[in-house]
Ligand binder design. Sequence first.
Ligand SMILES: *Cc1c(COP(=O)(O)O)cnc(C)c1O
Length: 383
Amino acid sequence: MREAGTKPHLAGGRLTIDLRSLQANFRALAKVAAPARVAGIVKADAYGIGIAEVVPALAAVGCDTFFVALPEEGFAVRRAAPQARIFVLNGLFGAEAAEAYAGSQLIPVINTAVDLTIWERFCGRQGAAHPCAIHVDTGMNRLGITPAEAIAFADENMLTGTVNPVLLMSHLACADRRDDPKNRRQLELFRQVRRAFGDMEASLVNSSGLLLGRDYHFGLCRPGIAVYGGSPAPGVTMRTVVTAEARVVQIRYARAGETISYGATAVLERDSIIAVAAAGYADGFPRAASGSGVPIRQLFPGGSGFVHGRRVPIVGRVTMDLTMFDVTDLGEDGIATGDHIELFGPNLPLDEAARAAGTISYELLTRIGQRYHRAYISGADTR
Ligand SMILES: *Cc1c(COP(=O)(O)O)cnc(C)c1O
């Protein structure tokens, strides 16, 4: 086990990150994808879990290609995996950035005609056709050149060889809805563009897309959230990777009719035992998970925690550093200060905790704060 962050006896919250489960998830997805390969998606500090820990753990189970959003994340991956192939999804940040990408052998994902010109000029000046990926937009309308631009580029670069395109990619907008006709439409368009690129490596899918079947896999799949334990499709569960818990710092006894937290939005219906736990929205635990007193509560149920075998509802508003839980049903001696309440983990699935806060697993993970104690559990597979 490796530890990081605040020392355990001084921390308000603790994260247990099981890298063995991360590896098991990666392997399970690699099996579904085979013979296509699977890349590690480690943008946003590996979905909040830590690039420095996640990259070696994935490399140990055969992952040799990584995707990040930003060049700084690429540098961190390069430090953790000197031999890896690293793609930067958000593109080239202007002419001055090109040098830095090439210096660390980061492969820019070319998303715009402007990026393409910059990279062509840079390669021309250097007298070297550096690798790049070509992102074609097939219907997401987020990043990517148009299919027509991509095909024109393929024909022209075939003759000039100015740059070295190594991957053609696109991204599905509705992969989490299996039967959405948009999936098929994007697939057809992607196939059409791909023909212009010969047998170059291609990549279309994220976690949910990987489950749409063989047709969608091409040479390389890009699952992120499923590797980190988020559910990629309804009814599909992955192994839990992250457990987040908050330390109980006070137990209070309050009478029926009293109110809890800011705005006095929670009025107790019975005499209650309240556990005050040391994690709040400054730790990335969403204020929208509040038991009452936030607008989102009209649409979603309040969040809860889990402790000593029971779900315990959040009462009142989540505050910056503290969250209150109704632990009355645990009884007088059922909980003590120093105990920890699970915010999400094996007993409270990430996706469910996210839904209760009106958000998605991705946001809950990537917003995890910096004040936690972190324990990384690794098996024989890592280092
Ligand atoms: C984030 C991202 C992925 C991974 O998506 P998940 O839904 O987490 O599997 C794949 N491809 C691109 C382009 C992305 O931005």
